[in-house]
Design a protein. Structure first.
Length: 80
């Protein structure tokens, strides 16, 4: 069985916001800290504590939010 890495065709820098909706297939974390995510526009956020710098989180957001409240990680990039 061959395992292949996902291929992303676009990327966008993310400024965390409690109101801006994000669509992506994964999230790259470039700087240290926590990241608070809401899977859609109305769900309560969950905070991922201290993901390693340089990590790609395979979390798909379809109209989700990368919250400014409780997000301290920097250099966040949405991958699609």
């Amino acid at each position: 069985m061959q395992i292949t890495s996902p291929i992303y065709h676009s990327f966008a820098s993310v400024t965390p916001s409690d109101t801006t909706l994000v669509n992506c297939r994964a999230i790259y974390i470039g700087g240290a800290g926590d990241i608070a995510l809401s899977i859609d526009g109305s769900t309560t956020a969950v905070t991922i504590k201290a993901p390693p710098v340089g990590t790609i989180l395979p979390i798909e957001l379809n109209g989700g939010r990368i919250m400014s409240t409780n997000t301290t990680a920097t250099n966040i990039v949405a991958l699609s």
